[in-house]
Write a protein that binds this ligand. Structure first.
Ligand code: PEP
Ligand code: MG
Length: 548
């Protein structure tokens, strides 16, 4: 009999396939009964050796991008590590416990050796988890590889892991945790993989079990019967003939429809969807798995590929937004008690100024030879002083048009001041909702508090858009909010001159916009602002759409 689990649908599409679970994390093994020292030592040595072989094989399959795996294989086979484990076994530890502790001792030893580089923590933890899982007879932690396409089921997925998923192999993503505007959700959407997050019941799904995932409805059905699959397939409505050309209201008012991209891989979809430019180029997405910062040359080549796809069009490059739920090993930020409120986005430049200056140099270099109208903006800006500092840095490094994202309520309230020191501001709706409602965007349990129809959120957006109108500057709204066609109308009514979204949403928003006049949009905006809560706001706008 089939059973259905409800979550939050974050990336549309229906997929049917077998489950492959992400295993882990591995917990520190306990020490148990007395041991046979010789046997446990052999077991530990074998596990190090086998994991070394496994990593080598993976490195070979990965080809040019397998440098990290080669390095990891070398560590797994480092005799120092094996001898640390042997010492721990001889003092009475079981092989799994000894291996666990040996990695800690190995890290300390390497950190104290001025002649050798300290291995990256995440790389070392990954080898340790593989070795310990093998010794405990547990499945290898990490992304599974069953050999045929599968539905990936996990407790949660990091953005770095999601960015590396292959849409040819992963039919759908289902996570027990995660929020609607989390970076994992954003990435799943841009990869075109149907996804459901915040779906607690799926903990009971087994690897190999057949499931149907409906990313639009936010439903996962275990062991679906033919009738259920047929019904879900019929749910997908035939597309209406698409409206083409630049975004405009029924009465011809222009609203630029821009794409959010994470790199050259997203460009084809953006162009096919008729994007008029790039609203936010999330530069960090390409580099999250790096242990060393990307060089200026490498960055500039990566940016140039995107710029060249949009000759004569605006491309807004967002400087690296790392930290919080997007950690990158190349920028060590330490253990922060509350990373989303800590060193993230522009604040990373306080600790690692060279990351920002290298990136600005790379952007300026790439922009110089291209036909695109390149602009640069910083994420996570709270004050006018930060905005002024960023603009000065950008100009000094040769980027002429500078702006900041409005993602923190303080910045929204002072948008008029920001516009005195930068050329433009752009609303980051995902983070603005997170910081307005003091609600982690990766927390599906609190998704109602992240709803962009919340009147307090719309008030802040309205404040920014008014400041733009007074200063005579066009303001873009980006993040997930503009991809809801009804909300897009409200944002236009509040004064947004450009909307940035995932390429897959552009067509719906363009068609919806073409059916309503600008005055209609102003009415919808007033209706939304007059509501007490998100459901009422939606209902009022729907009622205003159809007075009959
Ligand atoms: C946002 O916060 O809305 C945004 C566009 O940035 P990101 O989702 O990458 O944090
Ligand atoms: Mg953001």
């Amino acid at each position: 009999m089939s059973s259905t689990y409800a979550g939050i649908g974050v990336s549309n599409g229906v997929a049917v396939g077998v489950v492959a679970r992400v295993h882990g994390p591995v917990l520190p093994p306990r020490d148990g009964a007395p041991i046979d020292v010789e046997k446990e030592t052999d077991r530990a040595f074998d596990a190090f050796d086998e994991v070394g072989g496994e990593l080598e094989a993976l490195a070979q399959r990965a080809g040019a991008s397998g440098a990290v795996l080669v390095r990891q294989a070398r560590i797994a086979r480092d005799p120092t590590l094996a001898s640390l484990a042997a010492q721990l076994v001889s003092s009475g530890r079981t092989a799994p416990r000894a291996a666990w502790e040996a990695f800690g001792a190995y890290r300390d030893m390497r950190a104290a050796d001025p002649m050798r580089a300290v291995p990256d923590r995440a790389e070392l933890d990954d080898i340790r988890d593989r070795v310990v899982a093998r010794l405990l007879g547990e499945p290898t932690p990490g992304i599974p590889d069953p050999g045929t396409p599968y539905v990936l089921v996990a407790r949660d997925l990091s953005p770095a892991v999601t960015a590396g998923l292959d849409p040819q192999r992963v039919l759908a993503i289902v996570t027990e945790r995660g929020g609607p505007t989390s970076h994992t959700a954003v990435l799943a959407k841009s990869l075109g993989i149907p996804a459901v997050v915040a779906c607690p019941g799926v903990a009971s799904l087994r690897s190999g079990q057949r499931v149907m995932v409906d990313g639009g409805a936010g439903e996962v059905t275990a062991d679906p019967d033919a009738a259920a699959i047929d019904a879900a397939g019929r749910h997908v409505e035939p597309a209406a003939p698409p409206v083409v050309g630049p975004g405009r209201t029924r009465d011809g008012r222009s609203v630029q429809l821009l794409a959010a991209v994470g790199g050259a891989g997203d460009v084809a979809d953006a162009l096919a969807a008729g994007a008029e430019g790039v609203g936010v180029f999330r530069t960090e997405f390409a580099f999250l798995d790096r242990t060393e910062p990307p060089s200026v040359t490498e960055q500039s080549a990566a940016y140039r590929e995107v710029f060249d796809a949009f000759p004569g069009r605006e491309v807004t490059v967002r400087t690296l937004d790392i930290g919080a739920d997007k950690p990158a090993s190349f920028a060590r930020l330490g253990d922060q008690p509350n990373p989303a409120l800590g060193v993230r986005g522009l604040r990373v430049a306080r600790r690692h100024p060279e990351l920002l200056t290298d990136q600005l140099t790379a952007i300026a270099t790439a922009a110089r030879g291209s036909q695109a109208q390149v602009r640069v903006m910083a994420p996570m800006v709270a004050t006018t002083a930060e905005a002024a500092w960023f603009a000065a840095q950008a100009r000094q490094h040769g980027v002429k048009v500078t702006g900041v994202m409005v993602e923190v309520p303080a910045a929204a309230l002072r948008a008029a001041d920001l516009l005195q020191v930068v050329d433009f501001v752009s609303v980051g709706s995902n983070d603005l909702a997170q910081y307005t409602f003091a609600t982690d965007r990766a927390d599906g349990e609190l998704a109602d508090l992240l709803d962009p129809w919340q009147p307090a959120f719309l008030d802040l957006v309205a404040t920014v858009l008014r400041a733009g109108a007074v200063a005579g500057r066009m303001v873009t709204v980006c993040g997930e909010a503009p991809s809801d066609p009804l909300l897009a109308l409200v944002l236009v009514g509040l004064g947004a001159g450009a909307l940035s979204m995932n390429a897959r949403s552009l067509s719906d928003v363009r068609s919806t916009l073409a059916r309503h006049s600008y005055d209609d949009c102003v009415r919808y905006a007033a209706a939304a602002l007059s509501a007490d809560g998100p459901s009422e706001a939606r209902a009022r706008v729907r009622a205003a759409l159809d007075p009959g």
